[in-house]
Unconditional design. Structure first.
Length: 234
């Protein structure tokens, strides 16, 4: 069984979500499927499909104009939230410390954070991939996870670019993450791979050791692209 999460980013509409959830209702799969949608599309009416948000405030409540708390997400129907996506790290200067506080707020509210880590092209070219991944995991994961986190390894240079690392590179990264989590007492935490996953490469990627599922951006927007990813693995 694999964990397959879609990240709609700032795309979609209520009608597109209804279209997707009705299509997903008929898919015969044992995989866990989650759609991470913009805040405005969080709804309880999803034909049973689990929803997630794409960001959360680290604060509980108060004078934080424009922010949405974890409890509010839960109230709106979210069961998951992506934290530390590379676009948040890039455009909103989110550091591992900020990501850890957001993940802790989600866990406290009973929402599972999908914590993203991964290296930029500059870091890759400087030979820092493994160090960035390991520090990303050690510093972005809260001390008390209550057994409720998911990690996503997303090589930042490959996201939305149609690029993917080699299977050996993915295996090396996921082995490191699994070992790091084990050393933190978090063995068994699901670790997803994300960046340019599509129907044609999903099965191969999910067969790599220590890859427990995928986080899918562009190919999660349309049922015709997303469903083949879900059904590519039993
Ligand atoms: C993402 O944004 O999390 C992602 C994996 O995007 P894409 O699949 O489009 O590369």
């Amino acid at each position: 069984m694999k964990f397959i999460a879609g990240n709609w980013k700032m795309n979609g509409s209520a009608a597109a979500l209804k279209n997707m959830t009705s299509a997903l209702r008929d898919v015969d799969t044992k995989n866990t499927v989650v759609l991470c949608v913009p805040f405005t599309m969080l709804t309880h009416d999803t034909d049973g499909v689990a929803l997630g948000a794409q960001d959360v405030s680290a604060h509980d409540h108060g004078a934080y104009t424009g922010e949405v708390s974890a409890q509010m997400l839960k109230d709106a129907g979210a069961r998951y939230v992506i934290v530390g996506h590379s676009e948040r790290r890039q455009y909103h200067d989110e550091t591992n410390d900020i990501v850890r506080d957001k993940a802790a707020a989600a866990i406290e509210a009973g929402i599972t954070p999908i914590i993203c880590v991964g290296e930029t092209m500059d870091e890759k070219q400087a030979g820092k991939t493994m160090a960035i991944i390991e520090s990303g995991v050690r510093e972005s994961v809260p001390t008390d996870t209550n057994g409720k986190i998911v990690i996503a390894y997303e090589p930042r240079w490959a996201i939305g670019a149609g690029l993917t690392p080699t299977a050996a590179e993915i295996a090396e990264a996921h082995t490191l993450i699994a070992k790091t989590l084990e050393s933190m007492g978090l063995a068994g935490t699901p670790v997803l791979y994300g960046a340019s996953v599509k129907g044609s490469n999903a099965a191969e990627i999910m067969s790599i050791p220590n890859v427990d599922g995928v986080l899918v951006g562009g190919a999660s927007l349309k049922p015709d692209d997303f469903i083949p990813i879900i059904t590519s693995m039993k």
